[in-house]
Design a protein around this ligand. Structure first.
Ligand code: ADP
Ligand code: MG
Length: 674
């Protein structure tokens, strides 16, 4: 079987299971292999019932005592079975696994391993795995992988599918020779997936991970280098001059541009009028005001009689840019259109026509602007965010939209990375650093508290709303989950409606909603028709509602620090004092301390470097990638040494002009720059 095939080619995976896999981002066999464990757990040694400590992961040899009983609670199907050993009774519980009823019989003796808890005064083991005693003895010290899952998908299903792939799929040849592998101290490609999913011990998992991170960084750097080769050759097909539109626009702004904004704008103008095509990265912390700079670049293009396109990472953000930008440029006589997946076919058709005949000088959308059948009259500038840097293929597509001429490219990034890393990563791009926040901003006030603080937090939110402001509440999950007791957006919004009372309008936003619904909610929030927005991290990227002054982050310990910083960047954008409340429900002292960093600084760069310091090598698993520059496996901070290796390796294996000696990242299941 080919690794590019859909997972439905595996025995036992039908459309239904495939749909569950899709929810966690797994479509092809490669995706499955790259769905690396979020964590590993060690199966504990056997205990007696009398020694069980609640909240601990526990293994006990038990005999089933009675027949299973099924309860329905809030749409959950709970199966309870009494069991015991010679020291006492214990209740075994499973959620939504009714078929176990047929499997569990009184008198049967097995090892059960799960989380211990006390429920209704009864000691119980929840969501256990079941083993033959002999089988458990054999694997008791091995590690078991824990995956990011969704309702209905179990680690067991993931593990089974992986075993199947590892057994039957053929891997492409390793691009590292044996000598190279030895000198880099890395395992062969074909082995490392086995090692990362089914490791003998944590060291083996880390060893395999290092190789996968290397691959990921290497392909990324290669693509960047290839891009650089192309860019060098590119002669400016759209030489532009500074436009009076910009000066007029700057006059209408209710604030003065920061020095950093002015400097970046000047750098852009210089590029646009130079001999070569612009290829610039604008790097600035959240809230540094990158959008205005992007808009100035777009207006320059419009003033020269060409078109400019702004591509946002999400539909929500595209719609919001449209709202802000079209308002800002209307008086200048510049027309701006939105092309969004949330629009009706008819609306899209009108927008496309407007773009094709050149009526619209500014075009806003998502990446569909390039992949879609949109035709431009004379596109001279494409602005994108970091997640969607343009690769060779996309550049071709872009140039095709410009009758073969390469348009100027501007990439926006909020990832605070050190200059040395930036040079490795973006070797080809000119970089503008916006290292200054607008004046008049009050620093955000932070606090890290436990769940018991909630009543106070709700009262605080109510007061802020009464003062005319709005609030965000962030939860890690979309819906209730069996494998986690973290808060989810669905239940939490219901709870808040109850706690905050009927006068406060609570809205909900998450990635599984339809684009149209997301837009509607976001528009309502921007327009002030929603007071409290309960959301997952979909608001992380770039949303700008300056009237929002409070952010409450539930289960803050579940997020990486840099990600928390991105989230926090949604507030503190206006002139009013903003507040960020981090609720920490973790019992781990390290995680508690880590969160204190958020308390101590609002500086994204400091957060990122502290983030790095507080992580040990074993902590790498289980962290969600942060910021806009996210790799699937690697982390530019923690894995900086591997990044350096990959960069050196790329130096030693230069990309040739004719594309020969070309390694296709897709062949290895990774595709960064399409
Ligand atoms: P980001 O860099 O995160 O994309 P935005 O461009 O969204 O930041 O800007 C954040 C907020 O700051 C916006 O509400 C914007 O209107 C405002 N802003 C931008 N530049 C300035 C400035 N020079 N002075 C005051 N406010 C500004
Ligand atoms: Mg932004």
């Amino acid at each position: 079987m080919e690794l590019s095939e859909d997972i439905t080619c595996l025995n036992g995976i039908g459309d239904k299971t495939a749909a569950l896999f899709k929810r966690v981002g797994v479509c092809s066999l490669w995706d499955l292999l790259n769905h690396i464990p979020a964590d590993y757990v060690r199966n504990p040694g056997l205990k007696k019932v009398k020694d069980i400590v609640p909240k601990e992961r526990t293994a006990v040899k038990l005999t089933i005592e009675g027949s299973p009983d099924i309860l329905r609670v809030r749409g959950l199907n709970i199966l309870n079975v009494p069991a015991k050993d010679e020291t006492g009774p214990v209740m075994l519980s499973w959620y939504n696994m009714p078929y176990l009823k047929k499997v569990l019989h009184p008198g049967m003796t097995r090892v059960f391993c799960g989380n211990a808890d006390v429920r209704r005064n009864m000691l119980s083991l929840v969501q256990c795995r079941m083993y033959d005693p002999g089988e458990y003895e054999k694997q008791k010290d091995s590690l078991e992988s824990v995956y990011h899952l969704t309702k209905g998908l179990t680690s067991k299903t993931v593990g089974k599918a992986l075993k199947n792939v590892l057994k039957n799929a053929s891997f492409p040849d390793d691009f590292l020779s044996e000598d190279e592998r030895i000198s880099l101290d890395m395992p062969p490609l074909s082995k490392c997936y086995e090692m990362i999913h089914f490791p003998k011990d944590l060291n083996e998992a880390l060893y395999a991970r290092r190789r996968l991170v290397f691959n990921e960084f290497y392909f990324f750097i290669r693509n960047i280098r290839r891009l650089k080769n192309n860019a060098k050759k590119s002669i400016n097909s759209f030489p532009l001059i500074e436009s009076a539109l910009c000066a007029r626009f700057i006059e209408t702004l209710p604030y003065e541009l920061t020095k950093a904004q002015k400097r970046t704008y000047e750098e852009i103008i210089k590029d646009l009028s130079s001999e070569h095509t612009m290829n610039r990265l604008v790097q600035g912390d959240v809230g540094s005001g990158k959008t205005v700079v992007a808009l100035l670049a777009m207006l320059t293009v419009a003033g020269n009689g060409y078109q400019a396109a702004l591509m946002a990472p999400t539909e929500v953000l595209a719609a919001q840019h449209m709202k802000n930008i079209s308002g800002a440029v209307k008086e200048l006589g510049v027309k701006c259109v939105l092309l969004s997946g949330a629009m009706t076919e008819k609306e899209k058709k009108t927008a496309r026509k407007c773009i094709k005949d050149g009526e619209a000088a500014l075009v806003i959308g998502t990446h569909a602007l390039i992949t879609d059948l949109v035709e431009f009259k004379n596109l001279a500038l494409a602005i994108t965010d970091e997640q969607h840097r343009f690769g060779v293929g996309q550049r071709k597509a872009l140039a095709e939209k410009c009758s073969g001429k390469m348009p100027h490219v501007l990439v926006m990034s909020a990832t605070p990375i050190p200059r040395t890393l930036a040079i490795i990563l973006y070797g080809d791009l000119d970089i503008s650093v916006m290292d200054e926040l607008p004046k008049m901003r009050l620093p955000i006030k932070n606090c890290v508290v436990g769940r018991q603080y909630r009543p106070k937090a709700y009262k605080f939110i109510k007061d802020e709303i009464a003062a005319g402001h709005q609030a965000y509440v962030i939860c890690p999950l979309v819906e209730e989950s069996e494998s986690s007791d973290c808060e989810n957006v669905e239940d939490y919004s219901a709870l808040l409606r109850e706690k905050l009372g009927p006068d406060i309008r609570v809205g909900m936003l998450h990635g599984r909603m339809r684009p149209k619904d997301k837009d509607a909610v976001m528009n309502d929030f921007s327009a002030g028709n929603i007071d409290v927005l309960v959301s997952t991290t979909v608001v992380e990227v770039g949303v700008d509602v300056p009237n929002a002054t409070v952010m409450l982050i539930e289960d803050a310990h579940m997020f990486g620090l840099s990600q928390l910083h991105q989230l926090r960047g949604r507030i503190g954008r206006g002139k009013d004092q903003s507040y960020c409340i981090f609720i920490d429900n973790s019992k781990s002292k390290e995680k508690n301390e880590r969160l204190q960093i958020m308390n101590s600084t609002n500086d994204g760069f400091k957060v990122a470097s502290e983030d790095l310091k507080t992580r040990g090598p074993g902590d790498i698993f289980g962290f969600r990638q942060s910021g806009e520059l996210s790799f699937k496996i690697g982390d530019i901070f923690t894995d900086a040494p591997v990044l350096k290796l990959a960069s050196e390796y790329a130096d030693a294996h230069p990309v040739t002009e004719d594309g020969e000696n070309d390694i296709n990242d897709r062949k290895y299941g990774l595709a960064y720059l399409l």
